[in-house]
Design a protein around this ligand. Sequence first.
Ligand SMILES: *Cc1c(COP(=O)(O)O)cnc(C)c1O
Length: 420
Amino acid sequence: MNGEPSRRMAEERDAADPLAGLRDRFVIAEPDLIYLDGNSLGRLPAATPDHLARVVRQEWGTDLVRSWSTWIDWGRRLGDTLAAHVLGARPGEVVVSDSTSVNLYKLAAAALDARPGRRTILVDAEEFPTDRYLLQGLAEQRGLTLRTLPSDLDEGLTVTDVRDALDGDVALVVLSAVSYRSGSLLDLGAVTAAAREAGAYVLWDLSHAAGSVPVELAANGVDLAVGCTYKYLNGGPGAPAFLYVRRELQGGLRQPIQGWFGQRDQFRMGPRYEPAPDVDRFLVGTPPILSLAALEPALAVFAEAGIDRLRAKGMALGELMVDLADAWLTPLGFTLASPRDPRRRGSHVSLAHPDALRISRALISEAGVVGDFRTPDRLRLGPAPLYTRFVDVWDALDRLRDLVARGVHEQLPVASPRVT
Ligand SMILES: *Cc1c(COP(=O)(O)O)cnc(C)c1O
């Protein structure tokens, strides 16, 4: 690098940024706060409060039960919006329902049922906890083997690692497209193709990918996927998740939770469960309409932004962060804990430091920079390309180096809080 990037340079990048105007679509309640945790809870879209107020007052308050004639389709309609503008899937392949955890259970169980005789499930040893716990439970219930793939904490798995682990006994592979800790990014198309050749399904967890990288589910031939809508997609705390099932597979997969929203001709209320012929069969029960409503304005912004432009900006923000970390933070004991190549990384960057927990807390309380801590010693910083500016990255790392150089974090107690 030819000297460290200057703040002036960051300002110029913002001035030239085609997405810069979209920051105004979000509530920035504290202008001096630098928010780098949009990968955990995305910001509130400015249009959401009024939209929710209208749904509450008009659709619930006035129209009452009559509103179900439109509410009934929301999970499907929002799924199609996600498919078109975020996931690169075809209409009728995505629905919004339940949580990521529950959707993962439904699709994992359906995939296992479709591979009778095969007795192994593969998962990344460093996969997000809920995914590992759910698969442990499924394996125990069914007498299957859950095999964990050792993976590098910072670099993640490679296509070769996955290919080498596949054999004729593997029914299902569960992987994150973007790892929650390091941000390492896997090649969805190559992994899916390798698994298909071995006769296994891959179920992708897109929680940290959706809204930050183009996952192109149709072009990559992906069979199954789930993911959150409250991270980069800004649907709000606990917003319902999405699930994707490739159209050609839908009729042949049975999900394990046989609720009435998955029933063919739901309102005939027939005597026996008979799954809907399409993606609706993966629904379960009455959806949380107020939470679904919050997704409408949140997803509208993605149609305007375009996922390719978001990816380009996300990579540029990440590169600026890594350049500044090299120049300022390495001398203070930090090491990069994410792939260095931006093409192998999602939108967030992790930095390892022995005192990362106290640093992440001091950064919030003393420097007005919100990132988060992940075990064992990672400070995770997630610029969200919809609303994070280049100067935000510059200022955040400037505040971070100043805080650590002055030892401010060393004044905090060592005990850990309940939520990190
Ligand atoms: C955030 C996240 C989840 C969260 O699942 P919930 O059911 O919404 O709690 C699951 N998987 C991954 C990979 C995540 O990053």
